[in-house]
Design a protein around this ligand. Sequence first.
Ligand SMILES: [Zn+2]
Length: 143
Amino acid sequence: MKRDEKKEECIFCKIVKKEIPSAEVYEDELVKAFLDINPVTYGHTLLITKDHFPLMTDVPDEVVSHAFKVAKRLMKNIKKAYKADFVTLAVVGIDVCHFHIHLIPRKRSDGIPIFWPTGEYEEGEMEREAERIRSHISKDLKV
Ligand SMILES: [Zn+2]
């Protein structure tokens, strides 16, 4: 399937074009934030780019920078609005193929588990795995 075909049926693009209604909380020229219809907690907000980019790695630097600046401010506002202890920020990347940031107001007592299992490294594996990443770091990493 071509990227353009996906864009036409993308639910987030339809929300940007107002073909599908959303409970909007913020919008500017580059991003839009609205409530997730299946919230982890009340106030669970999705911040999306207005243009269609499947993954965060597809988003131009200036747009992704703007999105995270807005996310930081929204986190403060959402924390206040819900008297939350903290706001979880997550970029999952497997549910809807249009870059989006989850902002989820949380209480320490909410009982929501960490959503992935964790493991441990064997002796020496951490350095080996760090070197695996370091050997793939491109020269454009410095911003
Ligand atoms: Zn889209």
